[in-house]
Design a binder for this molecule. Structure first.
Ligand SMILES: [Zn+2]
Ligand SMILES: [Zn+2]
Length: 203
């Protein structure tokens, strides 16, 4: 991807980081294999993580939550599936474990001191440098070294249908019917249901 395109992604996300770089590369591969995503909802992206990289995928491919062609599966994996609706071509990109560079312990150690709040300004600086380098290395890595590409069956989770709206009996807010929970016969939204459950477990 051209440097000016990457800087647009960075602007959208707010900072440059290794996670964003992963998303940039996944989007790059998707554009090459699945094609441009100009037509609305022609391409569906299924992401198995909700980390930084998803912002790059949204920005570059145009698949978004609002259009319903960006689907999050909460599996905590750096895996991204792209499906072209017109012919059902589907690929899943899985980040290769070797590409994470875990042998680099220097990258880990500043993290623990930074997390515990004991890092010196030098350690912070060093960590930032390594963080940036790591992102840059991901941008420059050959795509086949970064991702394993699998051809998969095109399986798109069912599109959200228009549902009935129901008023929560505790807070009065309007909720999609599929998100209503029953507690002691009352129809509640999820936060009210969870608050009610907590109260029950205390009593
Ligand atoms: Zn980030
Ligand atoms: Zn409520």
């Amino acid at each position: 991807m051209k440097p000016q395109d990457i800087s647009a992604v960075v602007q959208f996300h707010g900072h440059f980081c290794p996670g964003l770089a992963i998303g940039v590369r996944a989007a790059e591969l998707a554009l090459a294999e699945i094609g441009p995503h100009a037509a609305d909802e022609e391409v569906v992206a299924i992401v198995e993580t909700d980390m930084c990289g998803v912002d790059a995928i949204q920005f570059v491919t145009g698949c978004t939550f609002g259009k319903g062609n960006l689907i999050h599966l909460d599996y905590g994996k750096n895996a991204f599936t792209f499906i072209r609706r017109s012919d059902g071509k589907a690929i899943r990109l899985m980040m290769r474990p070797q590409s994470r560079g875990e042998s680099n312990t220097e990258h880990r150690e500043p993290t623990s001191s930074i997390q515990s709040g004991e890092a010196s300004p030098e350690e912070h600086k060093r960590f930032q440098e390594l963080f940036q380098q790591r992102g840059q290395a991901i941008l420059e890595m050959p795509l086949n070294q970064l991702f394993e590409v699998q051809a998969v069956e095109p399986s798109i989770p069912a599109k959200a249908r228009v549902r009935e709206s129901i008023q929560c009996e505790a807070c009065g807010e309007i909720v999609m019917e599929t998100r209503i929970r029953l507690l002691g016969g009352r129809k509640l939204c999820i936060p009210c249901f969870e608050a009610g459950e907590r109260r029950l477990s205390i009593e």
